[in-house]
Design a protein around this ligand. Structure first.
Ligand SMILES: C[S@@+](CC[C@H](N)C(=O)[O-])C[C@H]1O[C@@H](n2cnc3c(N)ncnc32)[C@H](O)[C@@H]1O
Length: 288
């Protein structure tokens, strides 16, 4: 029996099984004939939407809408301050939000673990954004940004850090701060504990372990329900993140859902926004 390319378990997936859904989606993306097909086959890994008639244009429209309301509700107002500025997006995927960022900022560095996603990101930005403003950065080891110190005005990450090994998520947090110039900002999205994790967390661990099984693992990683159970590799509470990076930031704000009680982190302003998922929170800060 010949082995399918998706059936082998790469050394990276062995070490970080939560990455299997992205690796698989990247491979599936490479097999598609058109950008619309890619969104129909793999779009759900980015925005959780499925449908046989989805188009890239509709997919990008969801990103553009989110860019608009996060800009406003996270208090970043990048429309006013973006002229001539450099923006780093950690976990760009195939450019759902990147296209919009490239219309706002003078330079956008899209960073992702998956090289195939970055190629598609470039195509998405070519169709819906400003490709002349785009640079890509392959995060080959899942934790290092090949970007110079102090070169960005804003480092941003959305629904990505929750998918990283906790040590990688913390490494990327420090990287976001390192690449941002003093006085620039970080806006980083994390996932923390909720009551439902009493079940979700152990089940997720089992599913992640099964991603390592040749053949079965890649099948499970391609299915939405099992991929979604296994791909969240950490829960990071504000205290854990701030314990490490608060000394590097000024004017720290946390933005959480109004449905959850305050985190109560000393010396930090907490704000609420209905558009934030109950399990998510944002760290916003000015780099020292
Ligand atoms: C849920 S998708 C979100 C993509 C994009 N932010 C959006 O909202 O459409 C998460 C992305 O993070 C990338 N990713 C996962 N782990 C990563 C890591 N350690 N370093 C860089 N990118 C990573 C995945 O390849 C994927 O493109």
């Amino acid at each position: 029996m010949t082995e399918e390319p998706g059936d082998s378990v790469s050394p990276m997936t062995k070490r970080r099984p939560q990455l299997a859904p992205w690796r698989n989606a990247g491979r599936v993306a490479e097999e598609q004939r058109s950008a619309d097909d890619i969104v129909r086959e793999t779009g759900w890994v980015f925005n959780n939407e499925t449908g046989e008639r989805l188009t890239l244009a509709e997919f990008v429209a969801t990103g553009t809408e989110e860019v608009g309301y996060y800009c406003h509700h996270l208090g970043l107002h990048w429309g006013e301050h973006a002229v001539g500025k450099t923006f780093v997006e950690i976990g760009s995927g195939i450019g759902r939000m990147t296209a919009s960022f490239s219309r706002i900022f003078a330079r956008v560095v899209a960073c992702d673990l998956d090289g195939a996603f970055l190629e598609r990101c470039r195509e998405t930005v070519a169709q819906f954004g400003r490709p002349d403003r785009l640079q890509t950065c392959h995060v080959d080891d899942g934790r290092t940004l090949l970007i110079a110190d102090d070169s960005a005005d804003l480092a941003f990450s959305y629904i990505t850090l929750q998918h990283c090994h906790p040590a990688d998520a913390m490494a990327l947090t420090r990287e976001a701060i390192r690449v941002t110039r003093p006085g620039g900002h970080v806006a980083l999205n994390y996932r923390t504990w909720t009551g439902s994790d009493a079940i979700l967390w152990p089940v997720g661990k089992m599913v992640r372990a099964s991603f390592r099984i040749p053949g079965l693992g890649s099948t499970l990683a391609r299915h939405r329900s099992t991929a979604r159970l296994g791909w969240q590799a950490n829960r990071l509470a504000p205290a854990a993140v701030l314990g490490e990076v608060a000394p590097l930031l000024d004017d720290v704000r946390l933005v959480r859902s109004p449905k959850r009680s305050p985190f109560g982190t000393a010396g930090v302003t907490e704000e609420t926004y209905v558009g934030v998922h109950r399990s998510h929170w944002w760290l916003i800060g000015t780099v020292r």
